[in-house]
Write a protein that binds this ligand. Structure first.
Ligand SMILES: Nc1ncnc2c1ncn2[C@@H]1O[C@H](COP(=O)(O)OP(=O)(O)O)[C@@H](O)[C@H]1O
Ligand SMILES: [Mg+2]
Length: 293
């Protein structure tokens, strides 16, 4: 079995899961819901209403072209939500909006039930615990795998702070676990630049996870991977399920089939369908947009 990912995070989530199991419901877009309440301390994301992410009636136009059109969507804590849809459907633009890269013309975007993401800048949103993996891998090629992961742990990125940064034993343990999780335990001292495309993607996912994001958005993580790498990435995602809240945009249907619970189909900037992959693949409207009829 895959080793437990983030020991501390897992423990925290275990307590939460017990509550989750007691009161499970459905979010509007079909995800699992946590129907519990607890006191939220500053900086924490309030998921008392069973949503880690909530979008309502979001609209964006680029030069009069409506890229996002009354988009509404929500995601439950611990959910792994898959997003599919034809090219140009607005998937990347949706991620741009959630992460503050693009401002919508109208609509509501909440992180938990209390954080209005439209009131925050891109850098602040990252600090709030919203991680994003772009399509292309972005690792530090001149640093080793270990150094890349170590760097991800540094909160103070100033030169002086970096020079005197030392991993404590808990961080060392987490880093070692992460190396196993991302299948790079045998490549600790390799320069990131010498890794395969797939390995670079895993390393970047590992770097993001080291920062313990409350929600991680991944845009086409298996694009360009070999079948073997795709298969191992599916294993990795399955091991993250329940411990992390993830939104994964992908085209690879066999990958989606392996990892998905609920799939949301985006088309022309809004939700066309959602359900299990079998449900959405049987939906006439979905068949139509994919076959281009
Ligand atoms: N910054 C931008 N300026 C103009 N048009 C854009 C911009 N970003 C995206 N678009 C357009 O919005 C639509 C949705 O794009 P995108 O979100 O990248 O789709 P997807 O990721 O689903 O393939 C496309 O037609 C694209 O050309
Ligand atoms: Mg895209």
């Amino acid at each position: 079995m895959t080793p437990d990912l983030l020991e501390q995070g897992a423990q925290r989530l275990a307590a939460r899961d017990a509550l989750l199991a007691a009161k499970q419901g459905q979010t509007e877009s079909g995800g699992r819901q946590a129907g519990f309440s607890r006191i939220v301390s500053p900086g924490e994301v309030d998921v008392a209403h069973g949503r880690i992410l909530y979008l309502e009636d979001v609209n964006v136009s680029f030069d009069g072209f409506k890229a996002i059109n009354n988009l509404s969507l929500d995601i439950a804590p611990g959910e792994l939500r898959c997003i599919i849809g034809p090219n140009g459907a607005g998937k990347t633009t949706m991620m741009d909006i959630i992460t503050g890269k693009t401002r919508p013309d109208s609509g509501t975007v909440y992180f938990g039930s209390t954080i209005d993401l439209l009131q925050h800048k891109e850098a602040e949103i990252a600090q709030l615990g919203l991680g994003r993996k772009f399509q292309k891998p972005t690792v530090f090629e001149q640093l080793t795998v270990f150094e890349n992961l170590e760097l991800a742990l540094k909160t103070d990125k100033s030169v002086k702070a970096s020079m005197f940064f030392k991993l404590d034993s808990a961080q060392r343990d987490r880093l070692a676990e992460m190396l196993h999780t991302i299948h790079l335990a045998n490549s600790v001292n390799r320069m990131a630049g010498t890794l395969s495309h797939g390995q670079k993607q895993w390393l970047e996912i590992g770097m993001l996870l080291m920062q313990e994001p409350k929600l991680l958005l991944l845009d086409e993580p298996v694009a360009g991977m070999t079948d073997e790498e795709t298969h191992r990435t599916a294993e990795l995602f399955l091991s993250l399920k329940g411990k992390h809240s993830l939104m994964v945009v992908e085209h690879d249907m066999s990958f989606i089939r392996t990892i998905s619970d609920i799939v949301t189909v985006l088309c022309d900037g809004s939700v066309l369908a959602h359900g299990t992959l079998d449900q959405v693949q049987a939906d006439e409207r979905v068949i139509e947009v994919y076959l281009g009829r």
